[in-house]
Design a protein around this ligand. Structure first.
Ligand code: ADP
Length: 581
């Protein structure tokens, strides 16, 4: 046995926990697997009678019954084969499904900082590759392990029963094989961990390439992408190769040792038969039993890889499952807030970076007012909205909703108070209807959906879609234009009818007609709502009740458009530069 580290033991124990709901099926799988091997062992043992009674003594009745015995054995063997495969498959796939559900649930409750520190490729590959590893290790590896183990026990038993001398040879060859396996297993584990990392790099670069194909094509980034992909794929190739080498060296060694042992067996057998201590039938049984051992020994050595891979995969999954959820210690319930928002002496840095990105932020947005955040890219506008939505815990300072610190509210209640229309509109690969009636509004009536679609200037184009509200929008709305996607997002926000609206205006311009439709829809959405808008358009800024000008994480000027222009300060400069025409 390879030495097992404490953390590995813990992983095994925890994996066994997942077996619990399937324990009877699992036991059934083990029993039928054992019966499967028992049939094989019986067939091997039968060789003695076939040789000694059938062929040497020429017992006619026995010889004619032989085909019948064989048929019975084969039927039983197939039956147990099916039963054990089915049972273990059911257990493995069940565990996989359970872990996948648990992991997905975890992804939904992890804080924003988790996603900041990871690439999409990594997250997707944990869900697919790592989970798959665990599932197959149960449905294939454990199934084979059980069968092989029983076959090994049975075959060694037969050898000892017929000749202890031959059995002893196994006790010399066995430890040698075990030693090779132990050395190989250590290496497999290390390589398989590296292999997983290189695989997620390949996924990552690939998904970047197809998501960003427009940028790649326009900036002629093909050779750069090819180079990154070459590095990722080559690293993966090299790890795979190391795995192949270790695997083949270890199995060649196992074979060589087995060959040496067999040579010894023949030498000893010759002596035993000549001295009459072993019948030809007994010899055949021993020899067949030994030959039948080489396959299970070899599979067990490669099974080790599968199980080590599963352990490595499980460890990385458990590391995610053990991460703390988004903090939700608030107890105050709220049905509908008024929508009065205040930031008080707030300073903030992202967990990944010690540099403060917001410094001493103060402002108060009374209910129903609209405030525009203006400033250069990187000045901290999105960070303000991220904090208001409780995506990151607030450090020094406070954010108040209706006079109460936002952390005091229950998280789910709290988030109901906000609607978000972001420049990166997220549409789900579902119908237009379900994209508008998303999340808490999933049961909204058709009339209500049409009403908000009208208000969002979206009804006209929705009606023209092939299946109207039931048209599938495609992966992230690829079947729709930019303006149409934005209007669906606005309709979604209108349906949510939250007291506070967070608006991240699109920087890219739409054509005039779309622009007008989107703008009107936004005006409708902002009516009677507290709005914080990350503003890029002059018209939005001019209409805002107050403008907050951010610079390197600080509010450097605040006032209405007219007031700020009159100050002749930074805002006036920005205005002159950005909105000259
Ligand atoms: P804006 O919205 O005005 O463009 P942001 O609020 O996005 O500015 O960014 C403010 C600063 O915080 C930038 O320096 C940016 O690099 C940094 N930043 C933004 N998001 C993160 C994050 N998730 N992790 C670490 N730093 C971040």
């Amino acid at each position: 046995m390879p030495p097992i580290k404490e953390s590995t033991w813990k992983t095994y124990k925890r994996l066994f926990g997942y077996l619990k709901p399937y324990r009877w099926m699992f036991v059934g799988g083990i029993i039928t697997g054992a019966l499967f091997s028992a049939v094989d062992v019986t067939i091997i043992d039968g060789m003695q009678r076939v040789i000694d009674e059938g062929f040497v003594e020429q017992d006619e009745r026995f010889l004619y019954k032989l085909p019948l015995y064989l048929i019975i054995a084969m039927v039983l063997r197939s039956l147990f084969n099916f039963m054990s495969e089915y049972a273990m498959g059911l257990v493995g796939r069940g565990i996989m499904h359970d872990i996948r559900m648990q992991l997905f649930g975890k992804y939904l409750t992890l804080p924003a900082s988790f996603f900041d520190a990871r690439t999409g490729g990594e997250i997707v590959s944990t869900m697919t590759y790592n989970v798959e590893r665990i599932g197959t290790s149960v449905s294939d590896a454990i199934k084979d392990l059980v069968r092989d183990l029983f076959l090994i026990i049975g075959a060694i038993g037969l050898i000892f029963y017929h000749s202890w001398q031959l059995g002893l040879i196994f006790f010399i060859g066995g430890p040698l094989v075990a030693w090779v396996l132990r050395a190989a297993s250590k290496r497999f584990k290390e390589i398989s961990r590296k292999l997983q990392n290189t695989m997620s790099d390949v996924t990552q670069v690939t998904s970047e390439a197809f998501q960003g194909y427009r940028t790649i094509k326009t900036f002629s980034g093909e050779s750069q992408e090819t180079q990154s992909f070459y590095r990722a794929s080559n690293a993966n190739r090299r790890q795979q190769l190391r795995m192949v080498i270790t695997k083949s060296i270890s199995s060649s060694l196992v074979y060589s040792i087995a060959g040496l042992a067999l040579a010894g067996v023949i030498l000893v057998s010759a002596d035993l038969i000549l001295s009459g201590k072993l019948t030809p039938g007994g010899f055949t049984v021993c020899f067949t039993a030994m030959a039948s051992l080489s396959k299970p020994l070899k599979t067990i050595s490669s099974m080790n890889v599968i199980i080590q891979q599963a352990v490595a995969a499980a460890q990385s999954i458990f590391a995610i499952l053990d991460r703390p959820d988004e903090p939700d210690s608030g107890t105050v319930a709220v049905e509908r807030a008024r929508g009065d928002i205040e930031f008080k002496s707030l300073t903030f840095n992202y967990p990944s970076n010690q540099q403060p990105v917001l410094r001493d932020i103060h402002f108060h947005v009374p209910q129903g007012k609209s405030y525009a955040l203006v400033g250069k890219s990187g000045s901290g506008k999105s960070t303000i909205t991220n904090l208001l939505l409780r995506f990151y815990p607030v450090q020094p300072g406070q954010i108040l909703l209706d006079g109460r610190s936002i952390e005091e509210y229950q998280l789910s209640d709290f988030r109901k108070q906000f609607a978000l229309v972001s420049q990166h509109v997220t549409l789900f690969d579902d119908t237009v209807r379900n994209n508008i009636a998303y999340g808490i509004n999933i049961d909204a009536s058709e009339e209500r959906i049409i009403e908000v679609a009208r208000q969002a200037n979206a009804w006209e184009f929705i009606q023209k879609l092939p299946q109207g509200l039931d048209t599938i929008v495609g992966d992230n709305g690829t079947n729709l234009s930019g303006g149409q996607r934005q209007r669906i997002a606005i309709a979604r926000a209108l349906l949510k009818d939250a007291p506070v609206l967070i608006l991240d205006e699109a920087t890219s311009a739409l054509d005039n007609e779309s622009e007008r439709l989107v703008q009107n829809a936004l005006d409708e959405l902002m009516r009677n709502r507290t709005t914080i808008v990350i503003a890029h358009r002059l018209s939005t800024i001019e209409k805002a009740d107050q403008i907050l000008l951010l610079h390197e994480g600080q509010i450097i000027e605040q006032g209405t458009h007219q007031e700020l222009l009159a100050m002749q300060g930074e805002y006036a400069k920005l205005h002159a530069n950005q909105f000259r025409d």
